[in-house]
Design a binder for this molecule. Structure first.
Ligand code: FEO
Length: 406
């Protein structure tokens, strides 16, 4: 056998044939500081089936791994669980090389793939709850609409109790290890949380429903095979449990204080807000946006009970990093937060009010503020910031039950 990229056995007759993207650092606005993987899987049966493909530049790596197990021309079916380009980008070229009998996707997947690549692929729709006979084994399909695209679906291999879960239960983590039990726990939880916060947070109610649907369907899952990051072959219940917790949005004492600053004034206000939060019993996490990425703020917001945002006024508006942050966080629809707005200004002073308005639009109650300081915050403004932080902590305590309010 020629040397090259090798397939990795995942279960009897199932191989990982994906690609490792060590170098990616931006995934449509999400900072992927540890790279990622694009997972594709090969099911060896009478009808050999490829489940998902990879991002276009990684197609040769996928074919090399497939070729280490089987001649790619022997693949009968390609199943597309999700049509986003990191999983379908090479599908037209791969299909042209393989010449499969059938390409299958959910009904919405058919539309999405046609929208990306035109009608030439001739993708067939599978029904929610439908199945595909591969001869010695079969595949079952479950739609997971809006998790996180309309086309998303799971594919289940009952004979191996194996769930191909596309983006769900994934993480952006490039590694030589293919299995979660080979990777340190803190890293798994950190990257899974970051992935959930930045990709799935807006769909938390659907995540809760889906977990119920999986339970109702009686799917026994021994192996969880997502489209990014490691495969869970031992205790997949751990990440299922994490998802149940994150989807519930239960707030903790954590309070995120995100700010940017021009000459240190808004930074000083941020420290005072953090002081008030801390003295009120909250646990502040202070994030200067000149050196923190929006996706790291989103990660900290997972399970947080408060968000305070500070912006200097620049040209009658928000500081650009704060406008960027608010736009991003608004789209993620965080829940169960209390908020606070603050910022320094020279002569017009719009920023703190604009932050406050943005928090209001996110339906985040603000128990105090907004606090504004002209040029450099004096003792009055600092006291107002401390008081706002303490009021937020008290409101959090009521919401989270950290303080007995009976
Ligand atoms: Fe990994 Fe939604 O694509």
């Amino acid at each position: 056998m020629k040397d090259g990229f090798r397939a990795v056995p995942v279960a009897d007759g199932v191989f990982w044939v994906g690609a490792v993207d060590w170098g990616i650092r931006d995934f449509h606005g999400y900072a992927t500081s540890r790279g990622t993987t694009y997972n594709a899987y090969l099911v060896i049966a009478d009808k050999i089936t490829l489940v998902d493909t990879v991002k276009a530049p990684f197609m040769e790596e996928m074919f090399s791994r497939i070729s280490s197990v089987v001649d790619p021309g022997k693949i009968s079916y390609i199943v597309s669980n999700h049509s986003e380009m990191d999983h379908s980008g090479c599908l037209p070229a791969a299909a042209a090389r393989i010449g499969p009998e059938r390409i299958l996707a959910s009904a919405m997947g058919v539309k999405a793939l046609e929208g990306h690549f035109g009608p030439g692929l001739r993708v067939e729709a599978v029904s929610d709850g439908g199945s595909l006979d591969l001869g010695s084994v079969r595949l079952g399909f479950m739609e997971t609409r809006m998790l996180h695209w309309p086309d998303s679906m799971f594919t289940y291999l009952p004979e191996r109790r194996l769930l191909f879960s596309q983006d769900a239960f994934g993480m952006h983590l490039a590694s030589s290890e293919r299995f979660s039990d080979e990777i340190q726990d803190w890293l798994l939880e950190r990257e899974a949380a970051k992935y959930y916060a930045n990709i799935l947070l807006p769909f938390s109610p659907l995540v809760s429903k889906l977990l119920g649907k999986v339970r109702e369907a009686g799917l026994a899952v021994d192996i969880l095979a997502p489209d990014h990051g490691p495969v869970w072959r031992k205790d997949p219940g751990r990440i299922l449990g994490w998802y149940a917790g994150w989807a519930g949005h239960a707030p903790s004492a954590k309070a995120v204080v995100a700010y940017d600053t021009m000459w240190g004034s808004t930074a000083g206000m941020a420290r005072a807000v953090a002081e008030g939060l801390g003295s009120g019993g909250a646990a502040p996490v202070v994030m200067p946006m000149g050196s923190c990425h929006r996706s790291d703020v989103a990660t900290e917001l997972l399970g947080a009970g408060a968000l305070a945002v500070g912006s200097p006024t620049l040209n009658n508006g928000l500081f650009p990093t704060i406008a960027d942050l608010l736009c991003y966080v608004q789209g993620l629809k965080p829940r169960n937060l209390v908020g606070g707005a603050f910022g320094s200004f020279g002569w017009s002073g719009e920023s703190a009010v604009l932050v406050d308005k943005a928090l209001e639009e996110m339906m985040i109650p603000r128990p105090a503020g907004p606090v504004k300081a002209r040029y450099v915050p004096g003792s009055d403004a600092i006291e107002q910031c401390v008081a706002m932080g303490r009021a937020m902590a008290e409101s959090m305590a009521v919401k989270t039950g950290l303080r007995d309010n009976s």
